[in-house]
Design a protein around this ligand. Structure first.
Ligand code: PLP
Length: 382
């Protein structure tokens, strides 16, 4: 369907085309020099000591869980208001996701108070998600983790360039996991990055990314290694040179993309408060600097969300939901080990949240079209 205003759009130009051509002409497609450069440039951008490019953020999350040694009998505390991959990655290792509530309808990230309530003798880690690019309360979460000797992992799929207290999100925990999926602030189609400060974890992650092997095809191509050992049960979570080259081009632009996303978010906030004050706009109080990955709003209580979204569609505006809470999905709700109570704010937000279009190439006029359509829907429903 041809949307008047789509939910998201990529911003590719000549730089990305030239990057792909460069790799095609080099005749080396699997992980090599482009990937090494991409990792170095990403590590510099994020301020991380180690960065390893991978197939996607789901792989990054799985590797992070494996690298800290999660397994059967372990529990990991995470929000239910996130993409299912956050919890699935924990389950791949045999560990159990335990769902905590979010802070409030004004700040949709995991609540430190709720984390405390979820801690048991089996808890091994806290997986935070910086929803929409906005920072979790990392100071409080790190204090809890320290007190209970827990690892902190960061699902940074929504954050590329967000900061808290002058430090980029994704560098606060033991491992940061980034996504370059098509709708993300920078994209390689599918792709991801795993970052860490810890040399031993970096070594583990490197081995896990490629079948547990001690050397890569690239090393052998370069004559640095003739054979290899397999020292762990690893996976093939490698990226390729085409995506790394596109990633390098996108990384150069992401600062500008983020700035434009912020301008558009501010315009949304201004117009919504003027024309549709009934609609809640989270994340208006300050905590850190956001990369404004998505634009979530909360419909007034008891609004028929499907009807609202259908009405927006008639106006040519694509909307989405971030997220149906994970504990409601049948693959989770039918298993008693994941059942949680005390998720009241997640339940409420999960019913009312709608995500509005946001992408760097969006025009101010597009924001006006979206907000007028919202105003119309809200008044029609009154
Ligand atoms: C919060 C969150 N975590 C994890 C993922 C998984 O990322 P990927 O698609 O790169 O595997 C996503 C993707 O949308 C996400 O939004």
């Amino acid at each position: 369907m041809a949307w008047r205003v789509p939910l998201a759009d990529i911003d590719f130009g000549l730089e990305e085309e030239q990057a792909v051509l460069r790799v095609v002409r080099s005749r080396w497609l699997s992980m090599g020099e482009e990937t090494q450069q991409f990792e170095k440039e990403f590590a510099d951008f994020i301020g991380a000591k180690h960065a390893l490019a991978v197939t996607n953020a789901t792989a990054a999350l799985h590797m992070a869980c494996m690298a800290i040694g999660l397994g059967e009998g372990d529990e990991v505390i995470l929000p239910s208001l996130t993409f299912v991959a956050t919890a699935n990655a924990v389950r791949y290792t045999g560990a159990t996701p335990i769902f905590a509530d979010i802070e409030s309808e004004d700040w949709l990230t995991i609540s430190p108070a709720s984390i405390e309530k979820c801690i048991t003798a089996k808890t091994r880690a806290i997986m935070v998600v910086h929803y929409a690019g906005f920072a979790c309360d990392m100071t409080a979460i790190q204090e809890i983790a320290k007190r209970h000797n827990l690892a902190v992992l960061e699902d940074s799929a929504h954050t590329i360039g967000s900061e808290l207290n002058g430090r980029k999100l994704g560098t606060w925990g033991a491992v940061g996991c980034f996504s370059f999926f098509s709708n993300k602030n920078m994209t390689t189609g599918e792709g991801g990055m795993v970052t860490t400060e810890d040399d031993a974890l970096a070594e583990k992650l490197k081995v896990l990314r490629s079948h547990g092997m001690t050397s890569l095809s690239w090393d052998r191509h370069k004559g640095h290694a003739w054979t290899y050992d397999v020292v762990d049960l690893g996976y093939n979570y490698r990226i390729d040179e085409l995506r790394s080259a596109i990633g390098r081009a996108q990384l150069k632009k992401v600062g500008r993309f983020n700035q434009r996303r912020e301008e558009l978010t501010n315009l949304y906030r201004e117009l919504l408060s003027e024309l549709a004050p009934e609609v809640g706009v989270p994340f208006q109080a300050g905590r850190g600097i956001s990369c404004h990955h998505i634009m979530p709003v909360l419909l007034p209580p008891n609004t028929d969300r499907v009807k609202f979204m259908e009405g927006m569609k008639v106006e040519g505006v694509q909307t989405s939901i971030h997220y149906p809470p994970i504990h409601h999905f049948q693959n989770y709700s039918r298993r008693t080990e994941f059942l949680r109570t005390g998720l009241e704010i997640t339940e409420d937000v999960g019913r009312r949240e709608v995500t509005l279009p946001l992408y760097p190439a969006m025009q101010d006029e597009d924001v006006r079209i979206v907000v007028s359509a919202i105003q119309k829907q809200i008044h029609q429903m009154e």
